[in-house]
Design a protein around this ligand. Structure first.
Ligand SMILES: C[S@@+](CC[C@H](N)C(=O)[O-])C[C@H]1O[C@@H](n2cnc3c(N)ncnc32)[C@H](O)[C@@H]1O
Length: 281
């Protein structure tokens, strides 16, 4: 089939599922990444049989709501390409803002940084690239996520130290040292909300990245603040949390009730309360 015609046919089908602009972006990425075809598409060149079959498979997967990032195996984050697969959350644009805020805020050299729940490694790897001589550690409960993060760190030439660790378990927490900066984008969705969530998220993204283990949506925030209070955040250290935007005030009050100071909620580009920074002193 002529390339331009395939594109137009796919746009019509995908526009039933996604806003037209998003459908165009998804297809442009797939045509470029998989078929090495850039706009304007050829009116003469055709996809061969093998390419047409692959295109059909991709379209079927997209129409089943599979995120296109899992189909191409990559996602953009902070101008870099990160490998992604169903064991890791697809990095979100609001997390880029979290990373930007941290390295803009933490200018000192040689800081010791910990990323809790690293997934693809996107936060840890970008902080390692952007913060001067920082030693960056990252933990996750999921071995397959850690394998992906290790591969991303190698591809992007960064020296992050990754640890398999369940941050809810005292034994793992004790084994970690003291940090100057702790950051986390933890699971923060109450499992009760599953039914209202979009198919492309709930059917495909890892549930241990999305949902808390019980009805307490603040579970991870409380445990991470506890971890910092157990002596793992240095006296002058700072803790940054990506927020569940509907629980921003509750999370800030929780941090204050646990003795943290200088609490600050930062809004993202969509004006949603997205990040909380706190310190001990
Ligand atoms: C919301 S995802 C964040 C992934 C990545 N940091 C990002 O921002 O795209 C949360 C991550 O926490 C990890 N996780 C879930 N429970 C955990 C636990 N008890 N201890 C450590 N990591 C955990 C998940 O495997 C997942 O990778």
């Amino acid at each position: 089939m002529i390339i331009e015609d395939s594109y137009n046919e796919m746009i019509v089908k995908l526009s039933a599922l996604y806003p037209k602009r998003e459908a165009e972006n998804i297809l442009a990425y797939i045509f470029e990444d998989i078929f090495k075809q850039r706009k304007p598409y050829s009116l003469e060149k055709q996809f061969n049989q093998e390419q047409t079959t692959l295109l059909d498979i991709i379209l079927t997967r997209l129409l089943l709501h599979e995120p296109w990032q899992y189909i191409v195996g990559e996602a953009d984050f902070f101008g870099e390409k990160f490998l992604v697969n169903p064991s890791v959350l697809i990095p979100r644009p609001e997390t880029e803002e979290l990373v930007f805020n941290i390295f803009s805020d933490c200018k000192a050299a040689n800081l010791k940084v910990l990323d809790i729940g690293t997934g693809s490694g996107c936060i840890a790897i970008m902080l390692s690239k952007k913060m001067k001589n920082a030693t960056v550690h990252a933990v996750d409960i999921c071995p397959m996520a850690l394998d992906t993060a290790v591969e991303n760190a190698e591809r992007l030439n960064t020296a992050v130290k990754f640890w398999l660790c369940d941050i809810l378990q005292a034994r793992c927490r004790k084994s970690l040292p003291v940090f100057d900066v702790i950051v986390s984008n933890p699971p923060y969705i109450n499992p009760k909300e599953k039914k209202q969530m979009a198919d492309n998220v709930v059917k495909y993204e890892p549930h241990n990245a999305l949902f808390t283990s019980n009805d307490d949506s603040l579970e991870f925030y409380r445990e991470i603040l506890n971890f910092a209070n157990e002596g793992h955040l240095s006296e002058s250290g700072k803790l940054y949390l990506e927020l569940n935007q509907y629980l921003a005030d509750e999370t800030e009050i929780l941090a204050q009730s646990m003795g943290f100071r200088n609490t600050k909620i930062i809004r993202d580009l969509q004006n949603a309360p997205r990040m909380l920074s706190v310190s001990k002193t």
